[in-house]
Design a protein around this ligand. Structure first.
Ligand SMILES: Cc1cc2nc3c(=O)[nH]c(=O)nc-3n(C[C@H](O)[C@H](O)[C@H](O)COP(=O)(O)OP(=O)(O)OC[C@H]3O[C@@H](n4cnc5c(N)ncnc54)[C@H](O)[C@@H]3O)c2cc1C
Length: 485
């Protein structure tokens, strides 16, 4: 085994092969555990190549030594896809040194970056060129564009701009044989056979290692605005979505919904980031703040002036008030208030993390089926697990909810998960699938949902996926045990 490590050191340099004796080194340890603290592994080494050529050499060496590879970007994935197994034999291939923005083509509205580029740095480079890269996630300061593409990340502006897949024009990747596939085109139209780019997007490191990407940019909007709105029911929130689609049209960028309980958790654990929630709250008899049943965050942007956009949004909200769809609304009056509204929404996962482990879901159903999903799941879960708490929020405009289930008060999160995770999943996924939905609308499959995918997707899908894996990675070198049922 040390022959492999010596060879890897010769390729990437001594300082960029971290081994277990560096375990005291936080830089080694942080690669072994996922963001939620659910999965812990033990790698043979963390290898950090600096170029596509080095990635290719690393893969060839691993193939020659039969060592499997776990690609890793920013390590913010939520399904255990980038955590090594416990064998102590796997090589974690970290893209973190490959973080250059290679070019921005203003006339073509595109940019080319290395896979380890932080999403926030991609956004900033586009911004500096007077353009917009619209992918936006709460983890954008840590996640990488390679990870975003490998998971086909969604985020807060899918409604207007689509997922990571829609924002990618071309890719370069290293195959399981250590060859470099150059599909780094910046074309809007290219009808030349199988779409290998789309095959790699969402493949979670099981088919190839993404090394570079060509990304689709947009003109930077001249104005942007957000509003927080109180709705009594999910039907009202959906009627508001229909109205906003009509009145705001292409200006509508995001439509997020949050139930009262996740807002209460956020106020409790992260009060500084939850300031915006107070605008729509009232107090109960004891003087404690209560959030509306549903708080909706509407995000809009436009090529026209701020005043025009504000008038457009306020018109939408006054119609919604007249039609009885909303009870109250608060429109951001400054960029600072805009950011506070988004901070509220984006801090919910951080507040959940402080609260403890939960059975997490990122289900998707057709938007029109959201009320049916909620009615059925909110009835079935408390019947099966009296006292369980539902933490529901998410991208309502995309039909994608984070529908998380917390243990009843007084029962430890660990024991609730150990005993009931499977049964909770069965209830939630049965309902979502029955409504034509999916068990993962954005976080992906990884380790967490691999077995569930096998049960849910049907044998034809599974055998097609296995055939693709066998053709591209016959040795099973790339991220084994992840994604594929
Ligand atoms: C607070 C928080 C909020 C989040 N919000 C969202 C959200 O709104 N929407 C959303 O979709 N996700 C969200 N996520 C999940 C996560 O940030 C995304 O999945 C992100 O795309 C992962 O990027 P990463 O660089 O951290 O990838 P990693 O976690 O390092 O890896 C994720 C998967 O991709 C593979 N991989 C990584 N890089 C490469 C590469 N270069 N080539 C091939 N395979 C690779 C890994 O093997 C692994 O299977 C959130 C996470 C956190 C912690």
């Amino acid at each position: 085994m040390s022959a492999l490590l010596d060879a890897l050191r010769a390729v990437v340099g001594q300082a960029h092969v971290l081994v277990p004796r560096d375990a005291g080194d936080p830089e080694f340890s942080r690669h072994q555990t996922d963001w939620r603290g659910r999965y812990h592994g033990w790698a043979q080494a963390i290898v950090r190549p600096a170029s596509t050529d080095e990635v290719a050499q690393v893969v060839k060496l691993c193939a020659a030594h039969q060592a499997s590879i776990v690609p890793q970007g920013g390590h913010t994935g939520l399904v255990g896809g980038g955590v090594p197994d416990a064998s102590g034999q796997q090589i974690v291939l970290s893209l973190q040194r490959m973080k250059r923005v290679l070019s921005v083509d203003v006339a073509n509205l595109s940019m080319t970056v290395e896979a380890g580029c932080l999403l926030a740095d991609v956004q900033q480079a586009a911004d500096e060129a007077g353009l917009l890269f619209p992918l936006s996630l709460a983890s954008e300061g840590s996640c990488t564009i390679g990870g975003n593409l490998a998971t086909n990340a969604g985020g807060t502006h899918v409604l207007r701009y689509g997922t990571a897949r829609e924002l990618c024009l071309g890719l370069e990747a290293v195959t399981a044989q250590g060859e470099v596939w150059n599909g780094l085109k910046s074309l809007r139209k290219d009808n030349t056979g199988y779409d290998l780019r789309d095959l790699l997007i969402g493949s979670e490191g099981t088919l190839g290692i993404i090394t570079r990407a060509s990304l689709r940019l947009y003109p930077k909007p001249a104005s942007r605005l957000a509003a927080l709105v109180a709705c009594e029911t999910i039907d009202q929130a959906l009627a508001l979505l229909t109205l906003a689609r009509r009145t705001l049209d292409a200006s509508l960028c995001g439509f997020e919904a949050m139930q009262a309980y996740p807002l209460a958790l956020t106020l409790h654990h992260k009060p500084e980031q939850a300031k915006a929630a107070r605008a729509l709250m009232h107090t109960d008899v004891k003087g404690d703040p209560i959030a509306p049943a549903w708080t909706v965050l509407i995000d809009a942007s436009s090529p026209h002036s701020q005043a025009d956009l504000q008038a457009q949004l306020e018109d939408t909200l006054s119609r919604a008030l007249q039609e009885g769809l909303i009870q109250q609304a608060s429109v951001a009056q400054s960029e600072a208030q805009y950011r506070e509204m988004w901070a509220l929404r984006e801090t919910i996962p951080l507040a959940e993390k402080v609260e403890g482990l939960m059975v997490k879901h990122d289900i998707g159903v057709p938007t029109s089926c959201i009320p049916a999903f909620l009615a059925r799941a909110e009835q079935a879960l408390p019947q099966a697990f009296p006292g369980c708490r539902i933490v529901c929020f998410g991208h309502l405009g995309d039909g994608n909810l984070h529908f998380n289930v917390q243990s009843p008060a007084g029962i430890s999160d660990q024991s609730f998960l150990a005993q009931h995770e499977h049964a909770v999943n069965a209830i939630v996924y049965d309902i979502a699938m029955d409504l034509g939905g999916t068990i993962s609308a954005e976080h992906g499959i990884g380790q967490l949902k691999r077995d569930e995918l096998g049960v849910r997707q049907g044998p034809v899908s599974t055998s097609l996926m296995r055939a693709i894996k066998q053709a591209l990675d016959p040795q099973g070198l790339l991220n084994p045990g992840r994604l594929l049922p």
